[in-house]
Design a protein around this ligand. Sequence first.
Ligand code: HEC
Ligand code: HEC
Length: 307
Amino acid sequence: MRSKLFAVLIVTVLTGAAVAVYFLRPVERQIRDLAGFEGDVNRGAYLARASGCFGCHTDSRKKGPVLAGGGAMKTPFGTFYPPNITTHPEDGLGAWTRDQFAAALTEGIGPDGQNYYPAFIYPHYTAFSDQDIADLWAAFRTVPPVQNSVPGHDLPFPFGFRFLLNGWKRLFFDQGAFKPDPAQSPEWNRGAYLATGPTHCVACHTPRNIFGAHDYAHDLKGTADGPNGEKVPAISGDELRKKGWSKKALAFALRTGIMPDGDAFGGTMGEVVQDSTRWLNNADLDAIAEYVMSVGVDAGKIKKGAN
Ligand code: HEC
Ligand code: HEC
């Protein structure tokens, strides 16, 4: 009787271990082939602005050097310190190749094969096209090297183990460049690409589940628990209209920071305008507004973009 119980226990433990090993093995890679793509520095700089790389990777509170490493980023999973991404050979990306840069942004994989945390929002940047990555890389090569070694992240057990992210990626990471929806206009598609990818409105305005992944059933419906514990309002088209917004007012607010009631955006949204959206051209701001104002309005027509 006892040995039978023991056998059952062994089988249970082995099955559990097998399931864990299966679940936590690395996800299949989708390596971008950038051969033949010539990067354009100006386009890359524009995309870097749109994407808010400067916001996270510069410690603006301490007036730290641009892109040489960010200030503490507090999340429910611990505190992250965005690394130095200048061209410094040891502290930054000076010794990186373009393919390594592409893998970091689109697959969340580092030069040593390690997983990155989604606090580095590659689940949005995976929307970049191959040409976008080539342009960004060309722009980042022009950033002067700055010596500044950034402290390691401060994450409670067990979040320090990067292999656990294999399981996270398996469940929640939808790799691949943005795919336009042929049923929608070019403007809507450009807006969907910008809002779900580079400018990542979704990252803050769509609620997350307990694993920190987006709950797209409530796309852009806001959350009580945004960055730094901030409350983030709903901005789906149906909700914005109720609050007196229009497409024109939204594009204007993203350019100037001024809302329809005459107030300025506060908190993190003020930084989003400062670091990202005020740098966008009018066509791109209109496109974002076109897309955002359509979300939640006719659920049958609206498709989920990239993450
Ligand atoms: C929301 C904050 C945030 C934004 C925006 C952001 N990053 Fe990061 N980035 C991070 C964090 C946090 C890490 C560290 C991730 C880790 O250690 O797993 C990181 C890591 C990286 C790395 C890996 C560096 C290394 O030394 O391993 C690269 C490259 C990078 N980011 C480039 C970019 C670029 C390019 C952009 C803009 C397109 C960008 N990041 C925007 C937060 C951000
Ligand atoms: C880093 C997080 C973050 C990102 C990214 C972000 N937002 Fe916001 N947004 C906020 C927060 C926080 C507020 C509330 C600001 C306040 O309290 O004044 C806000 C407020 C707003 C409002 C005001 C809504 C209202 O009810 O008054 C609009 C509109 C808005 N955001 C649109 C956008 C769009 C469009 C994007 C993408 C281009 C975007 N946001 C990206 C965090 C973010």
